[in-house]
Design a protein around this ligand. Sequence first.
Ligand code: ATP
Length: 451
Amino acid sequence: MPSVSAHPDVMEKLVSLAKRRGFIFQSSEIYGGTGSVWDYGPLGVELKKNVKDRWWHAMVRARDDIEGLDAAILMHPRVWEASGHVAGFTDPLVDCRNCKRRFRADDPAIKGTPGAPDAQCPVCGSKGTLSEPRLFNLMFKTFMGPVEESASVVYLRPETAQGIFVNFLNVQQSTRQKIPFGIAQIGKAFRNEITPGNFIFRTREFEQMEMQFFVEPGTDEEHFEYWKAQRMEWHRALGLSPERLRYKPHEQLAHYARAAADIEFDFGGSLGFQEIEGIHNRSDFDLGRHQEYSGKKLEFFDQPNNRRFIPYVIETSVGADRTTLALLVNAYREEEVPGESEGRTVLGLAPSIAPIKAGVFPLVKKDGMPEIAQRIADDLRRAFPVFYDDGGAIGRRYRRQDEVGTPFGITVDGQSTQDGTVTVRDRDTLQQVRVAADQLRGYITERVTVT
Ligand code: ATP
């Protein structure tokens, strides 16, 4: 169990802000909601897209040794036998015969030993009605084609990695990459989690950003250390506070793993430090198993040395949704404003990942100010997302943008109509500077772009 964090629990406030301001909604809300599935609204989709773009840029575009891939969600069912998911991707569960509820066998709310007469159901309270633990597979099943029979069962992928393994040779041969090189992809994954929760922390449908780096056996340890360091650096560069990030080495390794470490983020409150990314040294397990199950060679041909071998794999696996939640938690703050009675809520997101880059406001709705502000907004919108707002007191309009993390507020005032300058307010320092309207695009772009 994680220890209680020094950081406050802001989850409830975030759920409410996320709904009110259009970041994240409960899925199918008008029907009462679907269990642990969430929809991203206008601002949420921008934020998560910025996270994914940053990952894609760092992992694929800015490197010449990693190739991108977008494999299908539905795969041949044998894939999941080879990967070990059919046999082993399970949680032990117990059923209550009285209320028909299902629990994880290790649920701390269960009193006594499931299966024994003293065991008590945590929901209906009846004694002796809990079954012995049974293994429950977390993969969603469906049928391919018109006939619902066992021969047509397919699974919604529980991870994106297998699409990479089965395409290892396709990618290697089409790109003529040499070992070491990697394959990266971003995509949906599905797990029938038994204890989902904590907003978008653990959901049944989520997005993963995974990269498999194929290396020569014997060099795997140094590549593992390299990727551990790289990935931590990426999370820091996104703006997550260094003191809320840490490594957690795995003490118990899966039978095929040679080393594994998580990157954990401190989500605050009782959730505390939790995994956001896993880095694994998976040896030649996956390619070896697919070679065995498919009967197709998955070896790399090392031409200069005229030898063939199955590469080892270093995997980095991070959740796009969990990272988005970490960013929201990390960014949320409530503070007093000097000289004002009303405080403000701020999402201190890094400008490069904030969903809206600038708010554009006419100080008042007259004297030609709205027309100038509209023109500025239209011009800036071609370069990055902006929000035009002419409703209500200017302080209110600033607050509304602070709350969604907009780093800059541009105000057209009386002076603008005279000399063509506007004020630019910084979300964090509250400092205002005057900038010529025709310089705005460059001014903001420079401050919201990662170089
Ligand atoms: P956990 O122990 O939290 O269930 P895991 O060890 O099973 O996670 P991996 O299979 O290593 O997770 O998946 C890699 C990453 O995918 C995780 O670090 C997390 O960011 C994300 N992830 C995994 N399961 C979920 C989920 N149910 N909802 C949201 N994100 C998830």
